[in-house]
Design a protein around this ligand. Structure first.
Ligand code: PMP
Length: 457
């Protein structure tokens, strides 16, 4: 067997072995009777390589986590250095330098007023922490009736039961409803639904009136409002105007309700500023971060909160006010070292500034898809660009979901060496920040060809 045949065999053998023992996330495994399982051998920069040497441009940053490319030499070096010192240590009663330095740096970078870091190990866990902390805060402060949460229609906050309960994407939530706490749901400010001629700002303001009414009526029962600032990512990269966040911050303060900003997907530069809340000039009471926190290397999440929150838990042990939540891998030193290396790249490379022309280029390239007879909108927020298509461009009537048109785009773009993973009938680009113009051209070409294939019948 020559080397090329051997690697191809390695790839198909690995895929076959996988399919006999592994159960993959967010997947109907039966699909793999016809869909290829792609076994990746290595990654470098924005590219992934399989065992036969085929390369795929990672236009979705491997589920929105990767910021500075696969096998980034600087993050690799930081991890190697940390690995030689300490891989992990219990985080109750013990601490370590990477977690302390990371907390100091996050507090310095985050919106003002966030002064405490509580670590967990994935996005959903961070959401659970924020929900529990908010509820617990009101209990400790003598407001036992504040037990409910307000969420936005079309929001997504993760898959564990608390996070799923405050999310609102039917596909993920419907079946599990009997297991989930009840929440109040306000209509989304998502500007796809604005009237023709209406500005994003006017529409988001109009939608805020529902939230205002809900808070006016229910604030006595509400612990917190949770939102994904500016972009509802899993809800189809739907976007809204920062004025909604400004108003929401004012209203939460006025009604005595916490604001939880879930920046798990939009944090770390995705919207064009380090944190999306900066667009609105607001500070939430809880800021949830994960995904890009470690540059896409290791699972880690953190909830930043205020002195006021911290003080509500700080008491004699016997008063039983402590936050007794824990995860075994809380504040893992390797993950913190990857996060520190990631923050170092942001500052030494001036990433936020350098991304500006890239975001503009990507949006310019994607804009040409607007003229496609099935494309209803091309929208952008910083380094996130989304292209939505529908059966009827004028009425925006959607294709029946059973037709899975997005899946055709996934397959067609793979054949062109690009990893795109449409959400329903929304194709989006959320690339690592190291992409260059030719790679962005390739992503858009693959999307264009894919949309053509997916809408031709
Ligand atoms: N919140 C948001 C906004 C997310 O996009 C995600 C993941 N896509 C989560 C929470 C959950 O994070 P994880 O998958 O790490 O649990």
């Amino acid at each position: 067997m020559n080397a090329r045949n051997k690697t191809a065999a390695d790839s198909s053998t690995l895929a076959a072995r996988d399919l006999s023992v592994v159960w993959h996330p967010c997947t109907q495994m039966k699909d793999h009777e016809s869909l290829p399982m792609i076994a990746i051998r290595s990654g470098a920069g924005a590219w992934l390589e399989d065992f036969s040497g085929r390369r795929y441009l990672d236009a979705v940053s491997s589920w929105w986590v990767n910021l500075f490319g696969h096998a980034n030499p600087r993050i690799n070096a930081a991890l190697q250095e940390q690995l030689s010192k300490l891989e992990h240590v219990i985080f109750a009663g013990f601490t370590h330098e990477p977690a302390v330095r990371l907390s100091e740096q996050l507090i310095a970078l985050a919106p003002p007023g966030l002064s405490r870091c509580f670590f967990a190990d994935n996005g959903s866990a961070a959401v659970e922490v924020a929900l529990k902390m908010s509820f617990h805060y009101w209990q400790n402060r003598g407001w036992p009736k504040k037990t409910r949460f307000v969420t936005l229609a079309n929001s997504y906050h993760g898959e564990t039961l608390g996070a799923l309960a405050v999310g609102n994407v039917e596909l993920y939530k419907r079946l599990y409803k009997p297991l989930l706490m009840e929440v109040f749901t306000a209509p989304s400010p998502d500007c796809y639904n604005r009237e023709s001629g209406e500005s994003w700002e006017a529409y988001s303001l109009r939608q805020f009136e529902h939230m205002e009414r809900l808070l006016a009526e229910r604030s006595a029962e509400v612990a917190a409002v949770i939102v994904e600032p500016l972009v509802q990512c899993a809800g189809g990269m739907r976007m809204y105007h920062p004025v909604y966040l400004t108003r929401l911050r004012e209203a939460c303060t006025r009604y005595g309700v916490h604001l939880i900003a879930d920046e798990i997907a939009v944090g770390f530069g995705r919207t064009g500023t380090l944190f999306a809340c900066e667009h609105a000039g607001i500070s939430p009471d809880f800021l949830c971060l994960s995904k890009g926190l470690t540059g896409g290397y290791l699972p880690l999440s953190v909830v930043l909160t205020t002195d006021d929150t911290y003080a509500a838990f700080y008491d004699e042990y016997t008063n039983l006010k402590a936050f007794l939540h824990s995860h075994s891998y809380t504040g893992n030193p390797l993950a913190c070292a990857a996060a520190l290396a990631t923050l170092d790249i942001f500052s030494t490379d001036d990433t936020i500034q350098r991304n500006r022309p890239k975001a503009a280029y990507l949006a310019r390239c994607a804009k040409r898809l607007e003229s496609h007879p099935h494309v209803t909108e091309v929208r952008q927020c910083g380094m996130i660009v989304a292209v939505e298509f529908a059966k009827n461009k004028r009425t925006r009537e959607a294709y029946p979901w059973q037709e899975r048109r997005g899946q055709r785009i996934y397959l067609s773009s793979l054949a062109q060496g690009v990893l795109l993973r449409p959400i329903g009938d929304v194709v989006y680009f959320m690339p690592p920040y190291i992409v260059d113009e030719s790679e962005m051209d390739l992503m858009v070409q693959a999307a264009e060809a894919g949309i053509e294939k997916a809408t031709c019948d």
